[in-house]
Write a protein that binds this ligand. Structure first.
Ligand SMILES: *Cc1c(COP(=O)(O)O)cnc(C)c1O
Length: 426
């Protein structure tokens, strides 16, 4: 692939092509998961008798919206869950996760994160270090918080976890599948299942919760297939397939999903009300495309990892390591290189290619974040995107790509610009 328009030299193009040639087997190995997930989605559509009559929508209160109800049954089935809440009114992944915490936990309960610190944007919702004070953070309602750090290798520290589970106040144990803004590996389904068995063996009363953002369709099972009681995620990441305009989901045990729904609307109403605003078709078509989209994004992440490993940057995961999210982390080491990388991705975006990304103070994040996202759906990170907080070691998080070809062009653009600016040597 070459592009004079984007200023990609034959040197940069050849460098990426060389890396790509070494990945044939890794790419072929993705097919069985993609095929199984495509099949699983189509089975759920067929079993729930999805029909074009579902693409209409109710108005007003939205009682009995057939499209909304079938969508939630389909998501539940695909995720191996009893029930699901799938709503455009859930504004993002943070909101979906926060609904689970606030809906399920009661004063005196403790939330225990078992994979180190939660994703940055959840800090105010939980009330970490006084964040979210006066805004109704969990801490204000008397819900306490504890955290078990990961081992240096990025695994769950079972000795420390066993100790933390001795606190009878622990009511919910949480696991974050994706790396978030860190360098650790994602938590695979096998590891999730091991964690679930470990906690339940000691404390069957504890509710297991997973932050599944970026994890959907990476494997043939989801956390709710592996013993997790409830999980949540964003529709403008993996499961929306690039088409969902907005929204989030909660899936899991029926009683827990209901509790999240009572928080989303109010007690007594729960999931009975709420419009789809005509988004049912798009949401489901996105789910239909998601297994393929996620697989292409994953190919892009693997290529990115291989290329930047060859350039001598620390990358997480390594190009050939096991994956359970779509994120590739590259430790760029300087604020200038981080901004340069994001500019390179922005420049080959389908929308706003002429824009220069600049660090800004995003609501819910502690440090300014620089972000390349020239997406059809603003902020969507299943579309090709790159971002990172402006703090050492200046990691960039590269993810998405609705097509592998776009992700590859993004990698070439990054190689080109970083080498031209002297941050990388071909
Ligand atoms: C993206 C993400 C979230 C939620 O982010 P939103 O931008 O609110 O959708 C939460 N946890 C993880 C691990 C994520 O990657």
């Amino acid at each position: 692939m070459k592009s004079d328009f984007f200023g990609i030299t034959s040197e940069a193009s050849a460098f990426v092509a060389d890396a790509e040639a070494s990945l044939r087997e890794a790419f072929e190995a993705l097919a069985p998961t993609r095929e199984a997930n495509q099949c699983k989605v189509l089975e759920a559509f067929a079993e729930n008798r999805l029909s074009d009559t579902h693409f209409g929508f109710a108005t007003g209160y939205g009682y009995g919206d057939a499209g909304r109800e079938v969508t939630e049954r389909i998501f539940a089935q695909v995720f191996g869950a009893e029930a699901a809440l799938v709503r455009t009114q859930i504004v993002n992944g943070t909101h979906a996760l926060s609904l689970v915490f606030a809906g399920v936990l009661r004063p005196g309960d403790k939330l225990l994160y078992c994979t180190g610190a939660p994703y940055d944007s959840l800090r105010p919702a939980i009330g970490l270090a006084g964040e979210g004070a006066g805004q109704g953070a969990l801490a204000e309602y008397g819900v306490s918080y504890g955290q078990v750090e990961l081992t240096p290798a990025g695994g769950i520290d079972y000795a420390a976890l066993a100790e933390a589970l001795e606190d009878p106040a622990v009511r919910m144990a949480a696991l974050q599948r994706a790396t978030g803004y860190s360098e650790r590996p994602a938590i695979t389904i096998a590891k999730t299942s091991e964690w679930a068995r470990f906690v339940k063996a000691r404390r069957p009363d504890i509710i297991l919760m997973a932050d599944n953002c970026y994890g959907e369709f990476l494997e043939t099972m989801e956390p709710t297939d592996a013993g997790v009681d409830v999980m949540a995620g964003s529709l403008i990441k993996n499961p929306g397939g690039g088409l969902a305009l907005s929204g989030g989901y909660v899936a899991g045990r029926k009683d827990l999903v209901e509790k999240a729904a009572w928080r989303l609307t109010c007690p007594g109403i729960g999931g009975e009300c709420g419009l789809t605003f005509g988004q049912t078709r798009t949401t489901l078509q996105g789910l239909f495309l998601a297994p393929r989209t996620v697989s292409d994004a994953l190919k892009g992440a693997i290529l990115c990892g291989e290329v930047f490993e060859r350039l001598g940057f620390p990358v997480f995961p390594g190009a050939k390591d096991a994956r359970s999210d779509i994120v590739e982390t590259i430790r760029l080491g300087s604020p200038e290189a981080l901004i340069c990388f994001c500019e390179a991705i922005q420049a080959v975006s389908p929308v706003d290619a002429f824009v220069r990304p600049e660090p800004w103070a995003m609501p819910g994040y502690a440090d300014p974040v620089v972000m390349a996202s020239g997406a059809f759906v603003t902020g969507s990170s299943i579309e090709l995107s790159a971002d990172g907080p402006m703090r050492p070691p200046y990691n960039v998080y590269f993810q998405g790509g609705l097509t592998y070809e776009h992700a590859k062009l993004g990698v070439m653009s990054a190689v080109q610009r970083l080498s031209a600016a002297g941050f990388a040597t071909l």
